[in-house]
Design a protein around this ligand. Sequence first.
Ligand code: FES
Ligand SMILES: [Fe+2]
Length: 388
Amino acid sequence: MNTSTEELNIIKTVLEFCESGTTQLQSDVMLNPVNNYTDTEHVNLEINTLFRNFPIIVGYAEQLKEAGQYLTHNETGIPILVTRNRTNEVKAFINVCRHRGARVVNEPCGKANTVSCPYHGWTYDLNGNLRGMRQPAGFDGVDKNTHGLVELPAFEQFGLIWVQPKPSDEKIDIQSWLAPMAEQLTSLNLESHTMFRQWSLNLDMNWHIALEGFLETYHFCSAHKNTACASYLDNQSPFLDKYPHVRNAVPLARITKLKEQDPETWDYRSNFMTQNYIFPCNFIQVMTDHVYIHTVIPTGPDSCVFKSVMLIPESALTEKAQKYWQANYDVVRSVFDEDFEIGEGIQKGFATKVNTNFIFGRFEAGLQLAQKALDDALKGHLTVPQMR
Ligand code: FES
Ligand SMILES: [Fe+2]
C-alpha cells in the first residue's frame, strides 16, 4: 500500500471532522484588498516578481522525450524556447534572435538539431549556441560565441518541465524549493504518465480569481451543486501548509466507510482528490486515477491564461479506455466552466467598487495560505533558494 504517514494522518483528520461535524479553521478571517485584483501597477509588479523569479511549469516530460525535441511557451510575456539537448539535459532560452530580435521558433513544438530564425536565417543549436549567420562576411567582428540565445534556468522534476522566465547568474536549488511537496509528487510517478488532453483558455478575469477556485472547497456545493458536490464531503478538506506551497486533500464522500476498516488497509489515493498549489501559479491536481497540471498566468489586470494538461497512467489504446478518459475530461471541463463563468461575473462586478476587500473565511485556508506566500514574495521576503 502506498499511503504515507502524512496521508494516514489526513484520513484520520477527515474521519474526526465527520464525527464531530467540524472542519479545519484558520485563527481568523483574512481580508484581501480588491485593489490586488484590479490595479494595473499591482499586476505588473506580480508579473515582474512572481513570473520572473520563480519556476513555472511550462511542459510535461513526454513533450521532450528525445534529444532535439523542443517546445515554446509565451504566456508569461517572455517568449521561451525549451529544448532537450544531445546529452539529455533540458535547456531553456529566451526565444529572441540575437541579430535583430525576431522570434526564432514559432511552432508550439517540434524536433530538430538546430533552429533557424525566420527573419534572416541565423541558426542556433540545442544549447542555444549561434551556429551560423547567412553571408557572414557582413558581420565581420561580431563574435558568434557571445551571440547565443540567452539561457533561462530550466529543470525537470517529477516528470514536469519548470522554467524561471528570467536569466540568473546563480544556480537555483529547485530540489529544496519543491522539497515540501516531494514525497507526494514523487509517489505519483508522473514521468511514466502520458498526455491525454491539453488545453489553454484565455479568461476575462484577473488571474487570482482563476487561482482561487482551486484553493478552497467551500464553493463545491453551491457553484458545483449539480456536478462535483455529490462526490465530495462538503467543505471538510484539510489544507496542509507546505509554505509557500499548499496541499489540499479533498475527501470523496465514500471516505466515511474507512471508519469501519482497519487503518492498516486505508488507501489515500482512491478516497481523495488532491489540489496541490505550487507557488506561485502551478497546480498539480491529483484525481483517484489520473492527474491534471494547471498553470494560471496573468496577461493584464483583467485577463489571464489558464493552461492545462490531463495526464493518464498509460496510453488509451482501446475504445473503452478512450471513452473512459474522455468522460473524465468532459466532467472536469464542465466543472471548470462553472468556475470560470462565476469568475468572469466577479471581474465584471469590480466596476461597481462595492467591495473594498474580499473576505477569506476561516475554512478557506488555501486562500489564506497562498495569499500570505504571494504577499511575502511581493515584499521580497520569499525567494527561491540558491545552490551553495
Ligand atoms: S532577426 Fe533573426 S536572423 Fe535576423
Ligand atoms: Fe470549482
